[in-house]
Write a protein that binds this ligand. Structure first.
Ligand code: PLP
Length: 623
């Protein structure tokens, strides 16, 4: 627990049991993830797999809505809370459907930023009383979808992001005979810390400037539609680590709200966008991938700040809307994968010196023998010097391959001994700081970083990563992870450190021949599936949704097989049938030229065709 910080980042959804297994915890039940992995294997659902735990999504919606309810009741706030889930954060149908189902009891709605998201929302929402907040650049078709939805009884708000949208909305609402509910997105000047802060500030590409806002108000006045202006929208950024930034932003939003009410707008909703952070590192606010506040504190701060600011001007308390995406879905997905292979950077046995060994090799042996505390840097320098000399001599043909291999091995042995001594040094010289990392094992995982964890590659995001079994044993190896793309960026060498910063290696267990070893990457439900790409043509992974029952049993409620090879080839415009035909012609030519028999051709084509239907990831032979 201590080593991987489970208690600090898991939000109580994951833990360890006494058998050294990671468990999913919900409804007072505890299910080892390895039991689910076993069930997957029985159903031929191969690794890698995105495991979705429905109950966690359900629980997060419960916690968010209940935290707002408690904050509202406790502070005497007169309005209510209505959450919306931004579909872009994870648009997968099962996720959106689950949110619609679990959120119905709170009338939890959707935020949409495009026509496809709008269509998904309209066809999925179970309760027309839930809100649909339409953000993004909207054309006539987008407005028509929303206006028709209003006719059907949906509470659909059109948030004006640019002045060009307003005339289209006015015209379409007249033509379709629907009174629209309009929102305005304001450009916030409050700057927030964190990765995604460019959504706020003067240069933000989103929202109306104050002059554009006045223009919208004046236009609506002229058109006698100011009573349609019912919502104020702002979004300070995603994953806001510092609660003080959020509070400052709300005060600014409330000032806009007050003056728009004074202008005659019929505002009734204040939408504060996303930003509720996830404590990915478990550091409780010590870094940007964490947060220095709890969910309860977030809700209370929002409610009290709005109340206190608006009370000054005696403005009725609006319905509070937030668009929490990350915090809603991050916890419910875990990426599971198996380790395929390990590359150790360990010296093999040191061979006895031969009579005619080059002097440089003898020197390396002497460095290894004489190595003692206080001389680490000196020995490090000597080892490099003589190892490099041997390499030069090898290039010139003056040293044999065997001698070079001995030199490389001696060098590695020296580095390992120095790395062990570094721990006891009071001051570690800069050159020796990265030594341990350079000697760490490489564990090859059956996943694609680009498909399943794109934010690690793109923005140095940290996710909790750990073995999901064998935790009763001490993990004695230090490792970095490599994926199965052949891209040198396809690696993970930054791991969470709940105390401070990040670790460059991950403690893992040694593996013996034929043994399966499974790792989980946690908190990956937000943005990762959406942003993943087809690098090296590794496709979507298998996805399994489970529901945990009170008695500790669990059901496989949904399973989606990942992309086949034919699927991914089709995405990049190949026609599998055409590929089969071409390969068949090549094979037939080989028969004609006598290189293979007709029967062999048959087998070759069978393998080719079976591969087209296969999984894009590493598959075990017996399957
Ligand atoms: N709302 C808007 C307008 C956004 O741009 C975003 C994401 O950046 C969100 C909501 C979701 O934010 P988060 O995932 O931090 O809750």
């Amino acid at each position: 627990n201590q080593l991987y910080g489970v208690d600090r980042w898991s939000n109580d959804y994951f833990g360890l049991n006494s058998n050294g297994l990671v468990t999913a915890r919900t409804l007072n039940a505890e299910v080892p993830l390895m039991d689910i992995v076993k069930g997957m294997a029985e159903r031929d659902l191969q690794m890698p797999v995105v495991l979705r735990i429905e109950n966690i999504l359900d629980a997060q919606l419960f916690r968010l809505n209940e935290a707002f309810r408690t904050a509202i009741e406790g502070s005497g706030y007169q309005g209510v809370y209505r959450g919306v889930y931004p579909i872009k954060v994870n648009q997968q149908a099962q996720v959106v459907e689950e949110i619609a189902a679990f959120g119905a009891r709170y009338q939890h709605g959707f935020e949409v930023g495009s026509k496809p998201e709008m269509i998904a929302a309209l066809a999925t929402l179970e309760d027309t009383g839930s809100l649909i907040i339409c953000n993004g650049y909207k054309d006539q078709e987008f407005f028509d979808l929303g206006l028709n939805a209003i006719k059907l009884g949906f509470k659909c708000f059109f948030v004006i992001e640019t002045p060009a949208e307003l005339p289209i909305l006015i015209e379409r609402s007249r033509i379709l005979g629907v009174k629209p509910s309009i929102g305005v997105r304001v450009k916030m000047t409050t700057q927030v810390s964190g990765h995604w802060n460019s959504t706020s500030g003067d240069r933000s590409v989103f929202g109306l400037t104050t002059n554009q806002l006045i223009h919208v108000v004046d236009t609506l006045k002229q058109e006698e539609m100011l009573d349609c202006l019912q919502l104020l929208h702002c979004h300070l950024g995603s994953q806001i680590p510092n609660i003080r930034d959020i509070r400052n932003g709300i005060v600014e939003a409330c000032r806009y709200y007050t003056d728009l009410v004074n202008e005659g707008a019929a505002l009734s909703h204040i939408d504060l966008g996303g930003g509720l952070a996830v404590d990915y590192t478990g550091s409780r606010g010590n870094d940007e991938q964490s947060r220095n506040y709890s969910l309860e504190e977030y809700c209370l701060d929002l409610v009290e700040t709005i109340k206190n600011t608006l009370d000054i001007s005696q403005i009725p308390h609006p319905t509070i809307v937030t668009e929490s995406g990350r915090a809603t879905v991050a916890y419910s997905s875990v990426l599971l994968f198996n380790i395929l292979d390990i590359n150790h950077f360990e010296p093999s046995e040191i061979t006895v010196a031969t009579a005619k060994e080059p002097i440089q090799l003898q020197e390396l042996r002497a460095v290894l023998e004489d190595l003692k505390p206080g001389h680490e840097q000196e020995c490090f320098n000597d080892a490099h010097y003589f190892r490099n000399e041997v390499r030069e001599l090898f290039k010139r043909g003056q040293v044999s391959l065997r001698n070079r291999a001995t030199a490389d091995n001696l060098f590695l042995a020296i580095l390992h001994q120095i790395a062990d001594m570094v721990d006891d040094m009071e001051q570690v010289p800069t050159e020796l700081e990265g030594l341990k990392l350079s000697l760490a094992d490489i564990y090859y995982g059956n996943f694609s970083l680009f498909q399943s964890l794109p934010d690690i590659w793109a923005i140095d995001q940290l996710f909790p990563i750990m073995p999901i079994h064998r935790l009763e044993e001490e993990p004695t190896r230090q490792a970095v992870l490599a994926d199965i793309t052949c891209d040198c960026d396809g690696k993970i060498d930054r791991f969470i450190n709940p105390q401070q910063g990040y670790n460059k290696t991950l403690p893992l267990h040694p593996m013996s021949e034929g043994e399966e070893y499974y790792l989980g990457v946690f908190l990956v439900g937000a943005y990762q599936e959406t942003l993943g790409d087809l690098h090296n043509l590794f496709g979507d992974t298998n996805v399994v949704s489970v529901r945990i029952n009170r008695d500790g049993s669990f059901d496989f409620v949904k399973e989606i097989h990942g992309d086949t090879i034919a699927d991914v080839l089709t995405y990049v415009e190949y026609q599998p049938k055409e590929l089969q035909l071409r390969y068949r012609n090549t094979a037939e030519n080989a028969v004609r030229e006598g290189r293979i028999t007709a029967r062999e051709r048959q087998q070759i084509m069978q393998t080719f065709n079976a591969s087209l239907q296969g999984y894009t990831y590493y598959e075990k032979e017996d399957n």
